[in-house]
Structure formats: C-alpha cells, structure tokens
Design a protein around this ligand. Structure first.
Ligand code: SF4
Ligand code: SF4
Length: 347
C-alpha cells in the first residue's frame, strides 16, 4: 500500500471530466461531488498541499465510497480509485483511535476467534492425487464452508487441489487503511505458498483474487475457478430444475466464463436480474450513520432480485454473499456458485 503522497501525480492526472459521476452508485443517490472520485481527489489534493486537514468529515466521504471501482473502469486517466482511497484511509487510520479499535476487534474476534470457531465444524476432504496440481485459496470463508466443492469439482477434471490453512487475504484491512495488519496477512500468505512447489493458485472469491494479484510474485498465477471449468468444457447437470439469478461482484474479471456455466448447466434456469453488475453495498452494512444512503442501494438490489422470482441468488465473492444475505429477509437464498453446483449436480 502506497503512501497518499505518492499519488500526487495521479491526483493531478484527474482531468475533472466528471465521467465518474455517471457511474458512481453513491453519487447517483447523493448528487454531492464530495462522494465521488472527482470531488474526493480535489479534497485529497488540498490535503497534500496542506490546505485541508484530515478530519472526521473528510473521512466520512472516504467511507461512503463503496470501493466498487466502477468509476475506474470509465476513467480516461485510468486512475485506480480504490487504491487512492485506501491510501487516504491510511492517513486517517494513523490519527484515529476508533479505527484502530475496530481493526483490532475485526482481526481478533471476526477473523481470529470467529473464523476458528466456525472452522472447527467445517468439513474438509482430501484431494485425489493427479499430475496437475493447484493451490486453492478460498479466503477465510473457505475455512467455514470447507473445501469439499472445489476439491470434488476439480478432481473430476483431473486436477489435484492443495489446501493449505490460509488466513484472510487482507482486503478488509486494506480498505480500512490498516496497512500494518494488511501487510501481516500478505506476508503470512506469501510465506505459506512458498512451502509448495506449485505456482498455480485458484480462488472462488473475486475480492480475494484481486487482492492477491496485487502482491503475488511474478512466477505465480492466480485464476478464478470458472476459467478452469470452462476451458475443460465441464458439462454439468442439476438433479432438479432450479431458477437462479446471479449477482456480479465488482471485482470479477471473467464474467463471460461464469455466464457460460450459467447457460450451459442442464436444469439450471438462469434469469438475468436488472442491475446484475451493480454493487451489493457491502461497505454500507455497518455504516449506521449513513443508513439512509446505503438503504437505497440495498432496497434496489432486493427489488431487482425479487423481480426475477429466482429461488437462489448466486455470486462469487464472500463479501457479496454476506451483504445479499443480510437484506434477503428470507425471500431468496444466497449461495456461492461453486458450492451451489456441488450441492445440486447429478453425481
Ligand atoms: S473519470 Fe477519472 S479523470 Fe474524470 S473526473 Fe473522474 S477520476 Fe477524474
Ligand atoms: S469506487 Fe465506486 S463508490 Fe467509490 S467513487 Fe468509484 S464508483 Fe463511487
């Protein structure tokens, strides 16, 4: 994670064209330039020049950003907005006791004791041996859900799956600006993979994939599992007809591979939802003070899901799963696509 000062030229390269406004889900609700990259960059330039101070109010705008990166995809200056905002968050983190306390709580109780407790009940299976091997990184969630789906599906196409006991990829701490904890998780991951002579890593989580790509040494590859399934032309059939829809995580790169699976699995009836690629609003779940803004995002997603009349909303990111479930009110089920396939395919 770079220091904010290192982004001085990047901030300068923002042409203030405002194209990000047309894409930003938060700006569309607030209409306030301080809540979109263009306005945030103007504030951050003021901060670097010493004209502004990093205050609670400035941090409030940084926190409103969903870190969805949608604006970056259309930015003519090709600015990675999430990286810039994370570095700005790190400036605030240095000065804020509350942010530090929240981070310690998250590390010790959610990603520490909480995950270990749930891990105790999760099912782990041994992979069959094959010449082709991959390391599976499912993030901390894989400890909860177990590795069964990935091992069985990849074994069925002749791939051995190595499943080290990984911890979090670090993304919750990256976006909070807790550089030290993020780097601890990064170093832990790099030390674990160095114990193996396998250089292909697969994941089922879009956010883990993006985060790991940012620090993975060049001699390693990380891919999303769907690329493997499509390139092996894996033909799947569900035991019963099931209607599903799919929420596209902001960080997923290989959506065409996912679409191929959704459209080529027998008995799976895929209905595209309106706004299938609009952010789930995960970042807003804990922001009680800004609930009036985030609730509009949740409500729109909920209504779009309901309109499809699908029994399941499938996705490929642990964070999206948590967000979609939190406002489902029992009206639909939420599942990871690979877990869903594994549980419902004809064996
Ligand atoms: S789209 Fe990019 S260059 Fe244009 S205003 Fe937004 S951040 Fe700046
Ligand atoms: S990352 Fe998403 S929420 Fe943040 S400014 Fe860009 S489009 Fe808006």
């Amino acid at each position: 994670m770079k220091e904010l000062a290192e982004y001085k030229e990047t901030l300068h390269s923002c042409s203030k064209c405002g194209l990000c406004q047309a894409e930003c889900p938060i700006y569309k609700i607030t209409g306030n330039d301080c809540t979109v990259s263009r306005g945030q960059f103007i504030m951050l330039q003021g901060l670097l020049k010493g004209e502004l101070k990093m205050t609670k109010n400035l941090n409030k705008y940084l926190d409103l950003c969903l870190k969805c990166g949608k604006c970056s995809k259309f930015c003519p200056s090709d600015i990675d907005v999430v990286d810039v905002i994370a570095s700005a968050k790190a400036e605030y983190f240095k000065t804020s006791k509350i942010e530090k306390l929240v981070s310690i709580f998250q590390k010790k109780f959610i990603f520490g004791i909480g995950i270990s407790f749930l891990n105790f009940f999760s099912k782990k299976i041994q992979s069959k041996k094959f010449e082709k091997k991959v390391i599976y990184f499912g993030g901390c969630g894989s400890k909860i859900k177990g590795n069964e789906a990935v091992v069985k599906i990849l074994n069925s196409i002749g791939i051995e799956v190595i499943t080290p006991d990984f911890e979090c990829c670090g993304i919750p701490f990256y976006v909070r600006g807790d550089k030290k904890t993020f780097e601890e998780y990064r170093d832990n991951f790099l030390s674990k993979i160095s114990e193996y002579e396998t250089f292909d890593i697969i994941t089922t989580c879009a956010s883990c994939e993006k985060t790991i790509k940012s620090y993975l040494p060049e001699n390693y590859n990380i891919k999303n599992i769907y690329e493997y399934l499509k390139s092996n032309n894996l033909q799947l059939e569900l035991k019963n007809k099931i209607k599903v829809t799919y929420h596209k995580p902001c960080n997923i790169d290989n959506f065409p591979d996912i679409l191929w699976i959704l459209n080529n699995t027998k008995n799976l009836e895929y209905v595209e939802m309106d706004g299938y690629d609009e952010c789930c609003g995960l970042n807003g779940i804990t922001k009680i003070s800004e609930y009036s803004i985030f609730s509009k995002i949740f409500k729109k997603k909920f209504e779009n899901i309901k309109k499809t009349k699908a029994k399941y909303v499938l996705t490929s990111c642990l964070g999206c799963e948590a967000a979609l479930l939190s406002y489902s009110f029992g009206r639909y089920r939420v599942a990871d696509l690979v877990d869903f396939l594994h549980k419902n395919i004809k064996k």
